[in-house]
Ligand binder design. Structure first.
Ligand code: NAD
Length: 319
């Protein structure tokens, strides 16, 4: 009889492969399509859903041997958790790399505030006198609005503490006193948008957060505010509304690590705007974060296969 296997929709850290290989044959699928995954379900007791890979209900229902699904990261919108829960299959997460996302949000914000891509070009193309023409901004003395005050939002609040700035946050679950401990004021979304010079999104993609940042909400923001999105692309209504807000000057800059469709259409007008700074869902993949994420997920999946509790599980009621 063939050894039971774990299939990965995209590659994971070598150390994590070693951990999973303690109990299973680890197999990397040739592409991330649902069709390829569907054809690989025989003897598959575990699926690692990574990259553009998806685990919809049709896969979960067809995978008769499936005992655990792993998601290397904190987001789980690529897995049909409801379908997994129906079949009592734990979905193991590894929300241990948020520090890298928070660092990336700060890096994007400061890069935009300080005009670094343009300033770099001025020097290298002999436009030295541009230093007198374009104001250089500050984080100090301004207001940062954090939308979603979970692990990453809180880490961001800690990172910016040494700057002399006001930080406000909007979160439906986190109470005001927990925010106050980090020097953050709890506000509603309208207040956050109206008062923040910089807005950073850190909510998961859920039915309630899909398209949260609409054209109407962009219009409620301070003119010239900077928007950073390192959460999920779908939290923003569309690239079109962002491009329009940048062109009109309502937004003074955007830093996006995530997009409604990934990869996005790189010919979209948004990407021609000089105040649009992008990364290909990349900032959370720092060397340290990726290693911690993959190993934590693999250890959690192994725990499930041994009949033990994983450290992080989105549907613990099935354990
Ligand atoms: P988390 O679950 O710790 O925090 C999310 C917070 O959002 C929670 O406090 C929750 O109460 C709040 N929230 C949920 N719905 C809300 C709503 N409708 N309005 C306001 N607040 C709401 O998650 P986290 O670890 O901080 O990660 C946040 C998100 O960042 C993840 O869900 C994931 O999509 C994304 N992420 C992106 C990367 C990346 O590579 N760019 C990496 C990790 C996570």
């Amino acid at each position: 009889m063939s050894k039971k296997r774990v299939v990965c929709t995209a590659s994971i850290d070598d150390e994590a492969v070693e951990i999973l290989s303690q109990q299973l044959t680890c197999e990397l699928l040739p592409d991330t399509s649902v069709e390829t995954l569907m054809n690989a379900l025989d003897d598959t007791v575990a699926i690692v859903c990574r990259g553009e890979g998806k685990v919809p209900a049709e896969i979960i229902d067809a995978a008769t041997d499936l005992r655990v699904i792993g998601r290397p990261g904190a987001g789980y919108d690529s897995v049909d958790v409801e379908a997994a829960t129906r079949r009592a299959i734990p979905v193991v997460l590894a929300p241990v790399g948020g520090f890298a996302v928070a660092e990336g949000a700060v890096a994007m914000l400061l890069t935009l505030i300080k005009n670094l891509p343009q300033a770099d070009e001025w020097v290298k193309t002999g436009q030295w006198s541009q230093r007198y023409c374009t104001p250089c901004g500050d984080l100090t003395g301004h207001t940062l609005g954090i939308v979603g005050f979970g692990r990453i939002g809180q880490h961001l609040a800690r990172l910016v503490q040494p700057f002399d700035l006001r930080t406000v946050a909007y979160d439906t679950q986190v109470p005001a006193d927990a925010m106050a401990e980090l020097g953050v004021e709890k506000v509603d979304l309208e207040t956050l948008l109206a008062q923040s010079d910089y807005v950073s999104l850190h909510v998961p993609l859920l039915a309630e957060t899909k398209g949260l940042i609409t054209a109407a909400r962009l219009a409620q923001m301070k003119r010239g505010a900077i928007l950073i999105n390192t959460s999920r692309g779908g939290v923003v209504e569309s690239l079109d509304v962002i491009a329009a807000a940048l062109s009109s000057g309502q937004l003074g800059g955007v830093g996006f690590d995530v997009f409604p469709d990934e990869p996005p259409d790189h010919k979209h007008p948004l990407f021609r705007h000089e105040r649009c700074l992008c990364a290909p869902h990349y900032i959370g993949l720092s060397t340290l974060a990726w290693s911690r994420i993959c190993c934590t997920m693999a250890a959690g999946m192994n725990a499930v296969l041994r009949g033990e509790k994983p450290e992080f599980c989105i549907n613990p009621q099935v354990l």
